[in-house]
Design a protein around this ligand. Structure first.
Ligand code: NAP
Length: 281
């Protein structure tokens, strides 16, 4: 089928690469506001050509909207307006509540499938895209009953080709879970990076002394603020609750540390070790 990808970055680009390799996409059109990224995506053969948005949409059987979540909510209604009656549209946004609301009363809502593949890296743009990013990862589809059976079946064919395991959730439930599991980790990593940069004024010290523990914990602080600021804004309520609980744990730890209560600190870490069982590695 003919596929348009709006947003030729890590997620959209990786989907395009795999869909071509798996024979699902026979022709790939790209749309991106960033001309350098658009040119790079053609150079890397991620897409066949860059087309004006409406021309790409009118020629496509399947459309992937892969731009920051604020832009996704703003653009999706006009994307649905422009596509033919048989075209299926998905988004891949990391928040689902506002995006789902933006589509609620659209006359072509049935042609849209709201999705979030839980896969990524800290890198952005078409050069970060690669085949296999989604393999074995979870994909969350929201409000499945609002998509037609045909749209859902077409989207599932695409998700299967990407080797994603699709599960279903309501948008509020999705946003609450990802606030704890994904968004809180990013806040914590951004602020760890900032704390160390503030205190260690000598960059050489950070470079020389950073062991793999620091590097792996601070990895997410390399992520794009352009992508993450709108995610935090859209999920502020649930992320705020998650932060309250996290800060409470940090304060308790600090209190026990000052009290030199090693036994209590040991107990907290033993409890936290249970994450090994949950993540099985
Ligand atoms: P990315 O690598 O930064 O790529 C996004 C591309 O879209 C950039 O070329 C960007 O241009 C362009 N763009 C931005 N606004 C646009 C607009 N209004 N119209 C057309 N193009 C536009 O981003 P990404 O990491 O692939 O993320 C894309 C989506 O995937 C987001 O909704 C994100 O929430 C979701 N997601 C991300 C991850 C992850 O870990 N990265 C995981 C799961 C889901 P500029 O460079 O000029 O901004």
């Amino acid at each position: 089928m003919k596929v348009t990808v709006i947003g030729l970055g890590l997620i959209g680009g990786s989907m395009a690469i795999t869909l071509r390799k798996e024979g699902v996409a026979t022709e790939l059109f790209g749309v991106d506001r960033n001309e350098a990224n658009a040119a790079k995506a053609v150079e890397l053969q991620i897409v066949d050509k860059i087309l004006p948005e409406n021309e790409a949409l009118s020629k496509s059987d399947f459309v992937i909207v892969s731009i920051p979540v604020n832009a996704t909510a703003a653009l999706l209604p006009s994307v649905l307006d422009a596509v033919s009656d048989h075209t299926v549209v998905i988004d891949v946004g990391s928040t689902k509540n506002l995006i789902s609301k933006a589509m609620t009363n659209h006359p072509k809502r049935m042609q849209f499938v709201a999705s979030h593949p839980i896969a990524g890296t800290e890198y952005s743009g078409p050069t970060a895209a690669f085949h296999g990013l989604f393999e074995g990862k979870t994909n969350i589809v929201c409000e499945r009953e609002k998509s037609s059976e045909r749209a859902l079946a077409t989207a599932l064919k695409v998700f299967d080709a990407l080797k994603l395991n699709t599960i279903y959730m309501e948008p509020q439930e999705h946003d609450k879970h990802v606030a704890y599991i994904s968004h809180l980790s990013h806040v914590s990593s951004f602020l760890l990076g900032q704390t160390v940069l503030d205190i260690e004024k000598d960059e050489k010290n950070i470079f020389d002394l950073a062991g793999s523990g620091f590097a792996s914990t601070v990895r997410l602080a390399k992520s794009s603020p352009d992508m993450w600021a709108p995610i935090f804004e859209q999920n502020a309520e649930y992320l705020g609750q998650a932060l309250t609980e996290y800060i409470m744990h940090l304060q308790k730890f600090q209190y026990l540390l000052m009290k030199k209560d090693s036994q209590a600190i040991h107990k907290i870490m033993t409890q936290a070790n249970d994450i090994k069982r949950v993540l099985k590695n």
